[in-house]
Design a binder for this molecule. Structure first.
Ligand code: S3P
Length: 438
C-alpha cells in the first residue's frame, strides 16, 4: 500500500488566517441522522475525510441517496427510521471508531443483518463497550473472542430502553445508545461519569426529536418518534485547529487566526489546558451555527509552564492530547496527566506512541498506566513512527517548529482520515513541510 512520509525543516513560525476542515464528529452525525430522517437534509462544511466518507458510503450501501460531497456540500434524501435496506456486503468502516460505534446503535434496530469491519487499527479497538449495553437492550451482536470487530449485527430483534450508567466517559457509547433508543420501546436513559461531547443530543433536537437532559451527565430518549430533515452548517473542527493552536503557541513570532471553529463547551478543553499553561488564545466573534457555538480563535506565541492537568478536562480534550504533549515538551517544568487511560485505546496507544516519539527527540516523557509525565526541554531532530495514527503524525509535524533539526515522520497516510489538505494549509501559514509517497 502507498504510504506517506512527512519531512519538516526545523524552526519558523505560523502567521496568517486559515479555516481548518469541518468537524468530524458533527459530519458523521449529520449523515447518520439525515439518512434516517424524513425528507431532505442539506449539509455544508462537511468533512471530506476518509472516516466520514466511510459513514457516507455505508448509508449509500443501505439504499440512501446521498449527493456530494462537493466542496463540503452534501444532500441526503432521508429514508426515515425504517427505510434502510440490507447492504450487499460487509460495511467497511476503515479507521473510524465513530462510524462503527455509532452505527452499531442504528443497525441493532434494523430488520436485516449487517457486518461491520475495519482496518488493522479499528479491528483491535474495544467494542464490548457498545455490544454489552446494546445486548441489554435486546440486540444480538457477535464479535471476536476479544470483543472487537468484525461485528455481526443480527436484524429483527426487539429493542427495549434501558437505564445505563456508562462505565467510561465516552460520547461514542452514549451516542450509540441514544441512536438505538430511537428504535427501542420505552425510555433509554444514559448517565455519564463525566460530561462528554453532546453533538448527538444537539443534533437530534435540531432534527426535531425531543430529548430530556436531566443534568449535564444524564439524557433520556423515548423510542417511536420521527426525525425531520434539516439544514446543517458544520463548523471547523477544533480537534484539527488544535495542531495550529499548539504550533502558534510554541513558535516565537507566531500570530494566527483560526476561522469559524466549533467551540461547543464539551470540546474546548484544549483551550482551557493551553491557557492554564500560559497560552495567549482569544475567542473572537462568538456566534451560533446550526445549534453549535462557533468562534474565531486568535493565537499568538507565549511561553508555557508545565502543569498538572485537571482530570475534569480530560474528556473535553480527549483527541487533543498528542498535540498538548508537544506543548508540554516545549514548556518550562513538568506536565503531569492522569485519568486518561482511554488514550491507550485510540487509533494507536497514544500514551506509549507519544512517549516513544518524544524520547526519540530527546525529551524525558514517562508513560504511566493512566497518563504521562513530561519534562519540558529542547527538542532535537529525528525520525518518528506515527503508527498510522493521524493525530500523532500532525502533532510531531507541528513540533518541528521548535526542533533543532529536521523531522521525518513515517506512516502519515491516515492524516486523510480527519484532515485532508493538512499539508497545504500548514505550508500556507509557515510550516516547511513536504510529503513524499513511499
Ligand atoms: C467521538 C468521541 C470520542 C473521540 C472520537 C470522536 C465522537 O471518542 O475520541 O474521536 O464523535 O463521539 P470516545 O467516545 O471513545 O471517547
Amino acid at each position: 500500500m502507498t504510504n506517506i512520509t512527512f519531512y519538516i525543516q526545523p524552526g519558523g513560525f505560523l502567521r496568517g488566517r486559515l479555516r481548518v476542515p469541518g468537524d468530524k464528529s458533527i459530519s458523521h452525525r449529520a449523515i447518520m441522522l439525515g439518512s434516517v430522517a424524513e425528507g431532505v437534509t442539506v449539509i455544508t462544511g462537511f468533512l471530506e475525510g476518509e472516516d466520514c466518507l466511510a459513514t457516507l458510503k455505508a448509508f449509500r450501501a443501505m439504499g440512501v441517496r446521498i449527493d456530494g460531497p462537493e466542496q463540503g456540500r452534501v444532500i441526503v434524501q432521508g429514508v426515515g427510521l425504517h427505510g434502510l435496506s440490507a447492504p450487499k456486503g460487509r460495511l467497511d468502516m476503515g479507521n473510524s471508531g465513530t462510524s462503527m460505534r455509532l452505527m452499531s446503535g442504528i443497525l441493532a434496530g434494523q430488520i436485516f443483518d449487517t457486518v461491520l469491519t475495519g482496518d488493522a487499527s479499528l479491528t483491535r479497538r474495544p467494542m464490548r463497550r457498545v455490544t454489552e449495553p446494546l445486548t441489554l437492550m435486546g440486540a444480538h451482536i457477535e464479535a471476536t473472542k476479544t470483543g472487537s470487530a468484525p461485528l455481526h449485527i443480527h436484524g429483527g430483534q426487539r429493542l427495549t430502553g434501558i437505564d445505563y450508567p456508562l462505565p467510561v466517559a465516552s460520547a461514542q457509547v452514549k451516542s450509540c445508545l441514544l441512536l438505538a433508543g430511537l428504535y427501542a420501546e420505552g425510555l433509554t436513559r444514559v448517565t455519564e461519569p463525566a460530561p462528554t461531547r453532546d453533538h448527538t443530543e444537539r443534533m437530534l433536537e435540531g432534527f426535531g426529536y425531543p430529548l430530556q437532559r436531566e443534568s449535564d451527565r444524564t439524557v433520556t430518549i423515548a423510542g417511536g418518534g420521527q426525525l425531520q430533515g434539516t439544514v446543517i452548517d458544520v463548523p471547523a473542527d477544533i480537534s484539527s485547529a488544535a495542531f495550529f493552536l499548539v504550533g502558534a503557541t510554541i513558535a516565537p513570532g507566531s500570530d494566527l487566526l483560526l476561522e469559524h471553529v466549533g467551540v461547543n463547551p464539551t470540546r474546548t478543553g484544549v483551550i482551557d489546558i493551553l491557557r492554564l499553561m500560559g497560552a495567549d488564545i482569544e475567542v473572537l466573534n462568538p456566534r451560533l451555527a446550526g445549534g453549535e457555538p462557533v468562534a474565531d480563535l486568535r493565537v499568538r506565541h507565549a511561553p508555557l509552564q508545565g502543569i498538572r492537568i485537571p482530570e475534569a478536562l480530560v474528556p473535553l480534550a480527549i483527541d487533543e492530547f498528542p498535540a498538548l504533549f508537544i506543548a508540554a515538551a516545549c514548556a518550562k517544568g513538568v506536565t503531569v496527566l492522569t485519568g486518561a487511560e482511554e488514550l491507550r485505546v485510540k487509533e494507536s496507544d497514544r500514551i506509549q506512541v507519544m512517549a516513544d516519539g518524544l524520547n526519540a527527540l530527546g525529551i524525558a516523557a514517562g508513560p504511566t498506566s493512566d497518563g504521562i509525565v513530561i519534562q519540558g526541554g529542547t527538542l532535537s531532530g529525528g525520525a518518528i513512527a506515527s503508527h498510522g495514527d493521524h493525530r500523532i503524525a500532525m502533532s510531531f509535524a507541528i513540533a518541528a517548529l521548535r526542533a533543532s533539526g529536521p523531522l521525518l515522520i513515517q506512516d502519515c497516510i491516515n492524516v486523510n482520515t480527519s484532515f485532508p489538505g493538512f499539508v497545504s494549509l500548514a505550508r500556507n501559514v509557515g510550516l516547511t513541510l513536504v510529503e513524499q509517497k513511499a
